[in-house]
Design a protein around this ligand. Structure first.
Ligand code: ADP
Ligand code: MG
Length: 724
């Protein structure tokens, strides 16, 4: 029996794995493995606790003496929880996270074993970083990079290890990760947004950015997964004909969750809750075997860490339940891919949602300002924002009939459109009338509450206003959320900074605010779009509006090095030109390596799996034709063999095509591999190799339809996609 059938049988026999339920209700075990504020208070002397709180609030660093005291408290807690190791946990520019564990165990001079964890181990480490991508920032002879604790994200325990969230930067201070620029973007956004919020309320001290992500994923049975080298090595199926039934009946979305999957989800939730990740929602998604999970939103930096942590938790937990969790954006052709929605909002230290309509005229004017300045940022840097979500894997979703379209636009809904039009077209005197003792009132009745209605949603919009936040829907499921957030935060910080400056130039006051607002409503109009983002007309119109319409990932990356972008990142102190250049080198390199691996796997599958199997089947057909000819006279044999003879030539055609194209692909790859320049190489992989991958796949999928089922070596879509 071939591997595929064995895998199918094993998959069909699996039962749900019992879930270990911790003692107590979720509210009791929530954050059990996190050194939370409550534990800080319990394990730290009052002075150290206050110093740490201050450092967290002000985003500053801790003195070494305080760090030692904090480390001591942490060690006590961690050892009580059974931890024996610690690690700095960071987000290098690869996918996922990195960690290197060190035991607490040390030998005292007298040879006795002791357990130690000092402030210096907590605060800063120098991992041998030469193997992480640096885009040339660090040549190997000065390989030092270091990780530094981010007190804003609490330490936690996984297994026997105390995990310490850190940034990862080069010796020169340049960022080698996602967290460092994310934190800088948050800090700029805080400064800029606070200044604008204070135009309306002088008591505002700070503005925090919230993020609530929605994470989509696929589950595949582990045995079936293992029988697909393409899934194992590239995370997606490079071949496979669509299943007769997949998502066309719309019967998977929100439907009952299969028992095995339910067990996985419960387990995942428990682990996540114990680690302080506030998971809230779980449901089936559109494609078969596709699911989604979402937490309650949190402060942006923490929420990004939680997403990274959850993704690794998802992979581990899935294996416990006999699944593989696929976070690839497009594991299966022909059905929906997976994304990650980023719900983004701004909130003052007093808890006021700046992107929510309010009750009073001032509140609604402030609301308009924050919405419009967000639109300004997105409009001005729409190409860059797209670059931030583009990758070899997310590219498969872009422009296909599913979120996101390859053009970034924003949807704000009819009522908000009308509200902004009203402000734009009416003179200040008409907008304000002295109506009551409270002074001015915006001449717009009852905008609040009405604005956001479920029906007023546009699912094709990549950047949509949804009531008190914007939802960015173009992010790929496997991406680090921070990549897009760095751009959004910085672009909005820049827009708000410019807004403040122009208001001041106009002499401040409500008139200056309104005039500047009107200017920006007009300027940012071309980013607003409420039609169908997938339509052909939109492509035309967007071009006329001057929006970025490039679909080629390798070329969209150029947006990072546009003068506008460099100027934005540098003026907001988020990244410098050198860092941007380095990060682009890494992006291009990652892109080409992904396609390179796919091409190699494709070559291997064709030469070692598909061609031999199809040839064998063809030989059986030829054998059949020969034997019929031996038994029957020519006229009769011709009749009897006609179907098989057609099949033989069809197989021949496909086989020849596959063999020729595979050879061509391998040959071209050797040429492309010699290109030195990373950008050129990535472009060549996109332009030369990718089309061949598509072409070969098309022919393999045709073969799959005619080759005997029993001989086909790879689990088919209909087998991969339906967990029972
Ligand atoms: P859907 O978009 O599918 O309707 P939900 O309403 O459940 O989803 O919200 C999705 C995510 O948006 C959740 O993580 C939720 O916490 C988050 N969210 C809700 N309000 C805000 C907000 N003001 N700022 C940021 N995220 C938010
Ligand atoms: Mg949503």
């Amino acid at each position: 029996m071939n591997l595929r059938f064995q895998a199918c049988i094993a998959a069909s026999r699996r039962q749900p794995v019992p879930v270990h339920q911790p003692a107590g209700r979720p509210a009791v075990y929530f954050g059990k493995y996190v050194f939370s504020d409550e534990k800080m208070r319990r394990y730290l002397p009052q002075k150290a606790y206050s110093a740490l709180r201050l450092a967290i609030r002000e985003n500053s660093s801790l003195g070494r003496d305080v760090a030692d005291i904090v480390a001591n408290g942490m060690k006590k807690w961690a050892m009580e929880m059974g931890a024996t190791h610690c690690t700095h946990w960071f987000q290098p520019l690869t996918e996922g996270t990195a960690e290197k564990h060190d035991a607490f165990l040390e030998l005292a001079p007298n040879g006795n074993a002791i357990e130690n964890f000092t402030g210096s181990m907590l605060v800063q480490q120098e991992p041998d970083a030469s193997s992480f991508p640096s885009g040339g920032i660090r040549s190997t002879f000065e390989a030092r990079g270091y990780t530094a604790w981010d007190p804003a994200s609490p330490v936690f325990i996984i297994g026997d290890t105390l995990m310490i969230p850190t940034i990862f930067i080069a010796y020169t201070g340049e960022a080698l990760d996602y967290k460092a620029p994310l934190k800088k973007s948050l800090s700029s956004l805080n400064t800029a947004a606070t200044a604008v919020a204070r135009l309306f309320d002088s008591k505002v001290k700070s503005v925090r950015c919230n993020l609530g992500w929605e994470q989509e994923y696929f589950l595949v049975d582990e045995d079936l997964f293992s029988a697909r080298p393409d899934l194992v090595l590239t995370g997606r199926t490079l071949m496979g004909h669509s299943s007769a039934k997949d998502q066309q009946m719309d019967d998977h979305y929100f439907s009952a969750i299969p028992d095995r999957v339910q067990a996985f989800m419960s387990d995942l939730e428990i682990r996540a809750h114990e680690l302080g990740i506030p998971l809230k929602t779980r449901h089936n998604e559109v494609a078969p075997n596709q699911f989604e999970v979402a937490p309650v939103y949190e402060e942006c930096n923490l929420s990004v860490d939680h997403n990274m942590l959850l993704m690794s938790l998802m992979r581990r937990t899935a294996r416990k339940h006999g699944f593989q969790c696929l976070l690839h954006e497009k594991p299966f052709a022909g059905v929906n891919g997976s994304g990650k929605h980023e719900n983004w909002s701004l909130q003052t230290d007093a808890g006021t949602m700046l992107l929510a309509p309010g009750q009073t005229a001032e509140e609604n004017l402030r609301f308009a300002v924050f919405v419009v300045e967000t639109l300004m940022g997105v409009w001005k840097h729409n190409g860059l924002l797209k670059a931030s979500i583009m990758s070899a894997t997310n590219e498969h979703r872009l422009g296909a009939g599913e979120a996101p379209p390859a053009i970034i636009s924003a949807f704000i809904g009819k009522q908000l459109e009308a509200f902004l039009d009203h402000i734009e077209t009416n003179p200040t005197e008409a907008l304000f009338s002295i109506r009551d003792k409270r002074g001015v009132q915006l001449g717009i009745p009852q905008i609040p509450k009405l604005i956001i209605h479920e029906t007023d949603r546009n699912r094709t919009s990549p950047f949509a206003f949804t009531g008190n936040r914007f939802e960015f829907r173009a992010v790929g499921s496997s991406a680090n959320c921070a990549s897009a957030l760095i751009v959004i935060n910085t672009a909005v910080a820049e827009a708000l900074t410019s807004f403040s400056a122009r208001v001041e130039k106009r002499g401040g006051g409500i008139d200056a605010v309104l005039e500047t607002l009107r200017e920006d409503i007009r300027a940012s109009k071309s980013i607003r779009f409420s039609g169908n983002g997938y339509s052909a007309e939109w492509q035309q119109e967007a071009k006329q509006r001057g929006l970025d319409c490039e679909k080629n990932t390798t070329l969209v990356y150029d947006r990072y090095l546009d003068e506008d972008s460099v100027q934005m990142f540098e003026s907001m102190s988020v990244m410098n030109r050198n860092e941007l250049k380095a990060r682009n080198e890494i992006k291009w390199e990652t892109y080409h390596k992904k396609i390179q691996i796919e091409a190699r796997v494709m070559g291997d599958l064709c030469l070692n799996h598909i061609i031999p199997v199809a040839t064998r089947y063809q030989t059986a057909l030829v054998d059949n034709v020969c034997k019929i000819n031996q038994v029957y006279d020519a006229a009769e044999a011709a009749k009897l063999c006609s179907y098989n003879k057609t099949l033989i030539s069809q197989i021949n055609e496909y086989l020849n095509h596959i063999a020729t194209k595979t050879e061509e692909m391998n040959g071209k790859r050797r040429v492309v591999e010699n290109i030195e320049n990373e950008r050129e190489k990535a472009i060549a992989y996109h332009d030369v190799i990718l089309p061949l991958l598509h072409d070969i796949r098309f022919n393999v999928d045709k073969l799959e339809l005619i080759v005997e089922d029993e001989a086909w070596p790879l689990p088919k879509y209909r087998e991969l996609m339906f967990i029972r």
